[in-house]
Design a protein around this ligand. Structure first.
Ligand SMILES: Cc1cc2nc3c(=O)[nH]c(=O)nc-3n(C[C@H](O)[C@H](O)[C@H](O)COP(=O)(O)OP(=O)(O)OC[C@H]3O[C@@H](n4cnc5c(N)ncnc54)[C@H](O)[C@@H]3O)c2cc1C
Length: 324
């Protein structure tokens, strides 16, 4: 059985940010990620010669800690400003993008981290002051502390399925956090789109809320767009029935001005948090005798890419305090 000081669940930005902060502190760390690549919702897709950012499209930087990290990325060429003036937008924060793709941020942070990919955490057990974490490949990792970074409903589900007795105030916080869902369609166009610079349009209160042109963005060699549609999950959605997909594609073609010739879709059950907890990290074992359990991610302290980064940093600070 592998023994580490800290096990981090999730190699999204929060998990990678926490892991990187723990480097050089003499604290052994392992990250476990269920998917085959790192970055979580900083996701991308490639097919038919096109390349797409399929999850987060851009990010802003408001906090000095994140700004410093982004400035380092800009200096080394892994981040650039995509645009600063968005038609119709009042805020003037520059919109940044990763180079070549959004997951570059996670890749940069994870350079020296131990990450196991394609391993799902299925159960957490507490025994004699340690955490024992069961993975989908029937292996187990023993750790002194845990950082959980999955979207809050998935974290709560894992805790409940594991029968871990956390304080009801903590489960109530986790249960109160809800997310928007997003149906993403990545489409290859016959001709370049007619989307005006910077190659992105957002729409309020309509089925499609975002279209961006990956060719104008500089990601894709051939004309291609990412289309995001907000879904109301109170309505029963039958993904087998292609009516929804067809209406999104028809609507999108009005804006791209070019025919969609191939596409793939992805449903994001948890895209952006609608509600967040006020602190950047939630101490999950408070008021219990459980070993250290820190809950991080974009639902803590502030939503979106920047919030995930800062939440990971904050979880790492608490871990460092614990081990010192
Ligand atoms: C469609 C879409 C559009 C978005 N647009 C923007 C945008 O334009 N700007 C912006 O700032 N933000 C945007 N966001 C939000 C942004 O992507 C997230 O806030 C941020 O990436 C969250 O990072 P995270 O590390 O908290 O979570 P995640 O990226 O979700 O990372 C959690 C990781 O945990 C893994 N995991 C979960 N359960 C387990 C388990 N049991 N075992 C092992 N691993 C597990 C997951 O696979 C995942 O990799 C968007 C998100 C989506 C989906």
């Amino acid at each position: 059985m592998q023994h580490v000081d800290v096990l981090i669940i999730g190699a999204g930005l929060a998990g990678c940010s926490a892991g990187e902060s723990l480097l050089n502190h003499n604290i052994s760390t392992q990250i476990v990620e269920k998917s085959s690549s790192l970055g979580g919702r900083l996701a991308n897709k490639r097919f038919g010669g096109a390349c797409f950012d399929s999850g987060a499209q851009f990010f802003t930087a408001r906090d000095d800690q994140f700004k410093n990290f982004i400035n380092d990325c800009i200096n080394e060429g892994t981040v650039e400003e995509w645009y600063s003036n968005f038609p119709g937008s009042k805020d003037r924060y520059p919109r940044y993008r990763g180079i070549p793709l959004m997951n570059t941020l996670a890749k940069k942070l994870s350079k020296n981290l131990e990450i196991k990919l394609e391993k799902t955490v299925i159960r957490l057990t507490e025994k004699q002051g340690f955490w024992f974490t069961d993975l989908s490949d029937n292996t187990q990792i023993k750790s002194k502390a845990l950082i959980l970074t999955a979207p809050a409903p998935q974290t709560l589900d894992l805790i409940q399925k594991s029968n871990i007795q956390i304080d009801s105030s903590i489960s109530n916080i986790l249960a109160s956090i809800s997310y928007e869902s997003c149906f993403a369609i990545m489409a290859i166009l016959k001709d370049p789109s007619i989307l005006p610079p910077p190659g992105a349009v957002s729409f309020n209160g309509q089925l499609i809320n975002w279209i961006s042109d990956n060719q104008q963005k500089g990601i894709s060699k051939i004309p291609s767009v990412t289309i995001h549609a907000n879904l109301d999950l109170d309505e029963k959605i039958n993904f087998e029935d292609k009516t929804l997909e067809k209406s999104i594609l028809n609507e999108a073609e009005k804006h791209t001005g070019a025919k969609i010739i191939k596409y793939q879709s992805h449903f994001w059950r948890y895209s952006k948090p609608k509600t967040t907890y006020k602190q950047r990290c939630l101490v999950g074992n408070q008021k219990t005798s459980l070993p250290p359990l820190f809950i991080a991610g974009d639902a803590m302290g502030g939503p979106r890419v920047e919030g995930a980064f800062l939440s990971g940093r904050s979880a790492a600070e608490l871990v460092i305090k614990y081990f010192n």
